[in-house]
Ligand binder design. Structure first.
Ligand code: PMP
Length: 407
């Protein structure tokens, strides 16, 4: 087998060399946001130093360069998730904006009293609250499919809940708390049979696995750039052309129009119809560099390394008495939630931080999931392909120290 040269990878991430509270940083909060390679940082920097101008408006050289870079990022993102057309890819500020766009432009105009939107108990609030907001405006309701104790979606239940009142079905591809990978293809097949559109939250999938929206068979796929090595404030929504043509714009303003008259305005074709105002141009230049980086490493190598790390951290955590792991699905991405009996998650995160270990504590924007497990919060270690087995050892040593302090 080829050896994964993690030290060579780490050398590309300047932040990973810093220390925290006098200790070498062990960054295990990657599901929250990833660190950025030099090439991404440099691409953003070079954009502002050499090419900065607004997009689409200017015919001068810089305007053309900025437009080419921004539209080039769209091409790259479309290829990255195998969208059938670049015109089906709307650039947004992240998953939250992508989901809200679908909520207000696709769902709201279709919802009647008595209709519903189906989501699941394991969703991030970004795939719950927008549906509640449009449900409240239309008299519709939000239903949530259940999960089991292992943190797997009960797929038969989800399918059973795809009744005629459901106007849109939603599911996360990968849980940000449990790491569970959901069977999106199967769900998409069942939605299609019933003529129900399916939205997939891909935030936690794209950093770890190759995504092919055509093979998945969904209708909408939302992603965020900052969890996949890119700058904050970048993301995308892929949607089938027929949906985009039927959807009214959500934001109005410059860039999204064909002709504006007080007697009536006509709109640009998708994707520009949904991109009002000046976008995060430099951010998308950085995101394009992030995709290049993923492609240079390759998802096969990334997957093998991350699964190796996940198995190792799971095994080491299981050795600790009184430690409860949340989420033991058969197929997982490298995210693990846990609690130590008798200790507060936030106290533990603070004490871990003092030893240089960055994990997240809290509800992870997933209140219904916390309610399901009957806990207010968990600790979450989330890995990236630049993490090492030595960092996991350091994390476990720190955790055992914390345990001693708190017990
Ligand atoms: N969905 C999931 C599963 C997430 O993990 C996150 C980020 N934690 C989001 C949605 C929201 O992403 P953003 O804040 O970048 O819009």
């Amino acid at each position: 087998p080829t050896v994964f040269d993690v030290q060579r990878i780490r050398a590309d991430f300047p932040l990973l060399t810093r220390s925290v509270h006098g200790k070498p940083l062990v960054y295990l909060d990657n599901a929250n946001t990833s660190q950025k390679p030099e090439s991404v940082i440099e691409a953003v920097n070079a954009h502002y130093r050499e090419h900065n101008a607004n997009v689409a408006r200017a015919v001068h050289q810089l305007g053309e360069e900025a437009t080419a870079a921004y539209e080039g990022a769209r091409d790259k993102l479309a290829r990255f998730i195998n969208a059938p057309s670049r015109n089906e890819l709307i650039l947004t500020s992240g998953t939250t904006q992508s989901v809200n766009l679908v909520a207000y432009s696709y769902a709201l105009p279709r919802l009647q009293p008595g209709d519903s939107i189906l989501t699941t108990v394991m969703e991030h609030h970004a795939n719950i609250v927008p549906w509640q907001l449009v449900a409240a405006r239309s008299g519709a309701t939000v239903k949530a499919a259940p999960i089991d104790e292992r943190g797997e979606l009960i797929v038969e239940k989800y399918i059973e809940m795809l009744t005629p009142d459901v106007k849109l079905a939603c599911v996360t591809h990968v849980s940000n708390v449990l790491g569970t990978v959901n069977p999106v293809r199967e769900i998409a097949r069942e939605c299609k049979k019933r003529g129900i559109a399916l939205l997939v939250d891909g935030s936690q999938a794209v950093p770890h696995r190759p995504v092919d929206v055509q093979a998945l068979g969904c209708d909408f796929y939302a992603i965020t750039g900052h969890k996949m090595l890119g700058p904050t404030g970048t993301g995308a929504l892929w949607a089938r052309r027929e949906h985009l043509e039927a959807m009214p714009p959500f934001f109005g303003g410059g860039e999204m129009i064909r002709e504006v008259r007080f007697s009536g305005t006509t709109f640009a074709a998708p994707p520009h119809k949904f991109e009002a105002g000046t976008p995060n141009i430099a951010g998308f230049v950085g995101l394009a560099a992030a995709i290049d980086y993923y492609e240079s490493v390759g998802f096969a190598a990334i997957h093998a390394w991350e699964q190796n790390l996940l198995a190792y951290v799971t095994e080491r955590l299981r050795e600790i008495p009184g430690l409860r792991i949340f989420g033991e699905a058969a197929e997982k991405e490298p995210v693990i939630s846990f609690l130590l009996e008798g200790a507060q998650a936030s106290d533990m995160a603070t004490l871990l931080d003092l030893q240089g270990v960055a994990v997240r504590s809290g509800h992870h924007c997933a209140h219904p999931l916390m309610q399901f497990y009957g806990v207010p919060a968990t600790l979450r270690a989330s890995l990236a392909f630049y993490n090492t087995r030595e960092e996991i050892d350091a994390f476990i040593v720190a955790l055992l120290k914390v345990r001693k302090l708190l017990m």
